[in-house]
Design a protein around this ligand. Structure first.
Ligand code: KG4
Ligand code: ZN
Length: 337
C-alpha cells in the first residue's frame, strides 16, 4: 500500500510518500519521496523552538511541501499523521491538514505516535530490511531525541515495554544546553559533535550520572551542571573541544552501559538506536562495536532518518493501520509509549 505521511510535532515540516508491504512479520518500506522543511534558522536566534513560530511556519510550509511533492492521490491508500507527543500548536497544524486532505480525497487516515515512529525508523537502513522480525526481536531499543531518552524492551512492531527513561533532561536537550554553554549554535548536537572531533574525550572526567544504579533510568541535568561549573572554574581558559569530547563521551558511556545491561538481562537479539541523537557518529560507533563484541545485531537508521522526518511516520502509520486499536486524530501533546 502507498502511504502519505505528515509530521509537524516540533520544528520540521516533513512529508513522505512511502510504499509499504510485508506486514509485521517482514515489513518492507520503499521511500518514494521524503521532504523535510527545517525551521532551524527561524528558531536559532531564540536558542530553542518557539511553539507559536513553529505553528506559523508549519501553516506556511505544509501546502508548499505538498505542492513540491505533488502526489498522485489516486494511488494513495492511507494518510498517516503525527498526533503526539510534541508542541500542541504545531501538532494541530499537521492534524488539521491531514484531515482536510483525507476528506477532500476520500482517504483513510491514521494517527501516529511520534515516539513509535522513531522506534520504527531503524527500518530505514538497507541492512535492517534484510532481516525478518523473528531475527530482530526481542530487541532493546534506545530512543534518544531532543525531548526523550527512553529504553524499551521490544518484542514486535506492536509490542514493547518501557524499561526506563530520563528523570530530567533528554540526551538531545543536554547536547543543546552544553552547546549553549560552549557558545555554539542551536541545535547543539551536531555542533558539539563537530567540536568534539578536535578534542580529547579523556581530558575532563565528567560524571556518569546513574551509571551504577541497577535501574534503566537516566539523568543528564547534573552532567550539564558539571560542564557549567567546569567552564566557570576555568575562567575562559578551557579547551572547548576537550570539553565537548569529554561531555559527549560521558553521555555515550551512560547510554551504552544501560542499553547493554538491558540487552544481557533480557537476552535480546538486537539493539535498536533512533532519535535525533542517533545521528551522532561516535554514539553509533560505540554501540555498534559493543553489539558486535556481544554477537548482537545493531540497527540504526540511515543519516536522514534520525532527526524528524515523514518516512518514519509512514512506517508507524502502516503498523497502526494493521492493528485494531488506533490513536484518535487530534493533537495529543503528552502522548507516551
Ligand atoms: O528526534 P529529533 O529531530 O527531534 C525530537 O523529536 O526531539 O531530535 C533533535 C535532537 C536535538 O536535541 C539535537 O541537538 C539532537 O537531536 N541531535 C544530535 C545530533 N544531531 C541532532 N545530538 C548529538 N549529535 C548529533 N549529531
Ligand atoms: Zn523526534
Amino acid at each position: 500500500m502507498r502511504i502519505l505521511s505528515i509530521e509537524t510535532s516540533c520544528d520540521e515540516t516533513a512529508l513522505a510518500l512511502v510504499s509499504a508491504s510485508g506486514g509485521e512479520k517482514r515489513p518492507c518500506f520503499k521511500v518514494l519521496k521524503n521532504i523535510v522543511s527545517s525551521q532551524i534558522k527561524i528558531h536559532r536566534p531564540f536558542g530553542g523552538v518557539v511553539p507559536m513560530l513553529a505553528k506559523r511556519e508549519h501553516l506556511k510550509n505544509l501546502p508548499r511541501v505538498l505542492k513540491i511533492m505533488n502526489p498522485d492521490f489516486k494511488k494513495i491508500d492511507l494518510i498517516g499523521v503525527t498526533v503526539g507527543p510534541g508542541l500542541e500548536p504545531a501538532l494541530w497544524t499537521g492534524v488539521n491538514f491531514a484531515k482536510e486532505l483525507a476528506k477532500k480525497h476520500k482517504k483513510k487516515i491514521v494517527g501516529v505516535n511520534h515516539l513509535e515512529a522513531h522506534l520504527d525508523s531503524f527500518l530505514f537502513s538497507p541492512r535492517a530490511q534484510k532481516f525478518k522480525s523473528s531475527e530482530i526481536f526481542p530487541a532493546i531499543a534506545l530512543i534518544v531525541s531532543g525531548g526523550h531518552t527512553i529504553l524499551l524492551r521490544v518484542d514486535g512492531f506492536d509490542r514493547w515495554k518501557k524499561l526506563g527513561e530520563t528523570r530530567d533532561d533528554a540526551a538531545g536537550e543536554a547536547f543543546d544546553k552544553v552547546a549553549r554553554l560552549l557558545g555554539l549554535l542551536y541545535p547543539g548536537g551536531p555542533e558539539v559533535e563537530k567540536s568534539a572531533k578536535k578534542g580529547d574525550a579523556e581530558a575532563v572526567n565528567f560524571p556518569r550520572p546513574m551509571a551504577n544504579q541497577k535501574n534503566y533510568d537516566f539523568s543528564f541535568s547534573g552532567l550539564k551542571t558539571s560542564v557549567l561549573y567546569y567552564i566557570r572554574d576555568s575562567k575562559g581558559k578551557e579547551n572547548k573541544s576537550d570539553v565537548a569530547a569529554s561531555f559527549q563521551q560521558a553521555v555515550i558511556d551512560v547510554l551504552a552501559g544501560k542499553t547493554f545491561r538491558a540487552a544481557e538481562n533480557f537476552k535480546a537479539k538486537s539493539v535498536l538506536l533512533s532519535g535525533g541523537v542517533a545521528a551522532n557518529k561516535s554514539l553509533r560507533k560505540a554501540l555498534e562495536k559493543e553489539a558486535r563484541s556481544r554477537s548482537l545485531n545493531f540497527f540504526a537508521p540511515e543519516f536522514e532518518y534520525n532527526t524528524d522526518n515523514g518516512a518514519m511516520v509512514a512506517a508507524a502509520a502502516y503498523f497502526a493501520y494493521l492493528r485494531k486499536k488506533k490513536y484518535r486524530i487530534l493533537a495529543q501533546p503528552n502522548l507516551h509509549l
